[in-house]
Write a protein that binds this ligand. Structure first.
Ligand code: BGC
Length: 306
């Protein structure tokens, strides 16, 4: 019997032993070097929750790809300012401009005001990135209604409110041929937990499960208007929201048991997909949940056995 760790003979007549490389023999992990192209030139974007983490990474990447970006935040104005700084001083010649706007995405009036402001500043909106989200974890028997409601209202209702305003504008304005062949693009930031159950996080998992069918139902409804709606489902990405899961070597080693690709995700892994999804290169993609998770949804517990 041959096991994965035993040497392999390529043919019975060949006496040379050829041994497969083992994962630990690969060189150190290197992040990909990717070209930045101005595929979003002239487009206007809103990224919610862009003061840190994935939202910041996406805002920076959209700007580098040529879009003007509104950086939404709710608490930390200095952090939102730092996003603008990073986005507009990235060294790319085609970069767009960036402004900050404070709004709680779960508050209807604040959301309508935010969309009024983006029209005042940029004239219109072409790309909405529904990113704002949070976790408030607790075992089910200890979870308060306040924790449940907070997570559902930001992660799910917030995505609904922003999508509704964006679609109103996309439908009013229609296609601007010189800018994009679609009338608008919405990218929902979901999670692997739209399909992976998560003990101790039932409010969060329920909100992301909700985002999945919110996204797909909107996508179905607005496709005839040439509005594309998709989700990015990140796995473990190195951001403040999951710091305890990667901060110490022991925690990182534990996390790797859940990731077949054996590295944590970085915000750039998500941001590159957001740029592509927002661009005309993804024109035939709508209603899709795209997982960016190093294989976290591949049932890593079944790597051996089953
Ligand atoms: C959560 C992170 C978690 C990851 C993988 C994300 O949606 O926000 O805290 O590390 O899923 O479990």
């Amino acid at each position: 019997m041959t096991t994965a760790t035993q040497p392999r003979r390529p043919g019975s007549m060949n006496s040379t032993l050829i041994r497969d490389l083992q994962p630990h023999e690969l060189p150190d992990i290197e992040m990909p070097a990717c070209e930045v192209r101005p595929v979003l030139k002239g487009q206007k974007a809103l990224v919610t929750g862009a003061g840190s983490g994935i939202g910041r990474g996406i805002a920076v990447a959209l700007c580098a790809a040529g879009a003007d970006v509104m950086v939404n935040y709710v608490g930390d104005e200095a952090a939102a300012g730092a996003t603008v700084e990073e986005a507009t001083h990235c060294g790319c010649t085609n970069r767009g401009r960036a402004i900050i706007h404070r709004a709680d995405v779960s508050d209807e009036a604040q959301v309508t005001d935010m969309f009024r402001r983006i029209k005042d500043e940029f004239g219109t909106i072409d790309i909405l990135v529904n990113n704002a989200g949070l976790q408030q974890d607790a075992p089910i028997e200890e979870m308060t209604l306040a924790q449940w409601s907070k997570v559902i209202s930001v992660n799910l209702t917030g995505q609904f409110l922003c999508a509704r305003e964006a679609i109103r504008e996309f439908k009013r304005r229609g296609v601007r041929k010189d800018v994009s062949c679609a009338a608008g693009k919405i990218i929902c930031i979901s999670s692997v937990h739209e399909v992976i159950p998560w003990a101790g996080h039932v409010n969060y998992a329920a909100s992301k499960g909700g985002v999945m069918l919110l996204m797909k139902s909107i996508a179905q409804e607005v496709a005839p208007w040439r509005i594309r709606v998709n989700s990015i489902c990140p796995g473990a990405i190195r951001t403040p929201i999951n710091r305890p899961a990667w901060e110490t070597p022991a925690a990182y080693a534990e996390l790797m048991k859940l990731i077949p690709y054996k590295r944590i995700g970085e915000v750039e892994d998500i941001a590159r997909l957001a740029v592509w999804l927002a661009s005309d290169e993804a024109d035939y993609v709508t209603g899709a949940s795209l997982f960016v998770d190093g294989g976290m949804t591949l049932y890593p517990g079944f790597e051996a056995g089953g």
